[in-house]
Design a protein. Structure first.
Length: 190
């Protein structure tokens, strides 16, 4: 299990460095046949926000440590899922580490991107650890279900994660055959 955790941590830490992000990996159970309903239940149950708060402290950022009651999720949000073909999954995740010109909105504001061999190695370790030898499905999700910094710049009572325009905002859903699901969040900006 330690190797699994180290591969996941190495990838997440790499994405943090490259994108200047606070990258989160949220976990929950889901029935693949009820994708939208399962993600919505996770978000609405408070599990989404509580895992962000827990991981913020566990990873030593403490950006959200004083925020408990603020609103993070919009009241009338819509979820959108765009399946990522299996042959593009590795390219998508390694793009987070290479931040090369791509259509995924990933960029490195401080030019700390990794070279291709290192990016691919970290991505393969991450995907292997996450999949645990099971078939996975990957979907890109919209990010406007939650407030961005631009939307609530100085308003009280709101907790934001996404940066908004010019940020490396992403929400990616991975589901496994055993009904384990993961949402990977990025929010990089200079």
């Amino acid at each position: 299990m330690k190797t699994v955790t180290s591969h996941i941590s190495a990838f997440l830490d790499g994405v943090d460095t490259v994108l200047n992000s606070n990258t989160f990996l949220l976990t929950f159970n889901i029935e693949k046949e009820r994708l939208e309903k399962g993600v919505r239940q996770f978000i609405d149950s408070g599990g989404f926000k509580s895992q962000i708060l827990e991981q913020d402290q566990a990873r030593g950022w403490n950006n959200y440590s004083k925020i408990k009651d603020e609103q993070l999720i919009k009241s009338n949000y819509k979820l959108q899922f765009h399946p990522l073909p299996l042959e593009k999954v590795e390219t998508y995740f390694s793009s987070m580490l290479m931040a090369e010109s791509n259509s995924y909105n990933f960029w490195s504001p401080y030019s700390k991107q990794f070279d291709k061999p290192k990016s691919i190695a970290l991505t393969r370790g991450f995907l292997s650890a996450l999949s645990q030898n099971q078939k996975i499905s990957t979907c890109l999700m919209n990010t406007d279900f939650s407030y961005s910094h631009e939307e609530v710049h100085s308003k009280r009572g709101y907790m934001t994660y996404f940066e908004g325009e010019y940020g490396s905002d992403s929400a990616t859903l991975i589901t496994r055959e055993d009904h384990q699901a993961f949402i990977i969040l990025t929010n990089g900006r200079d």
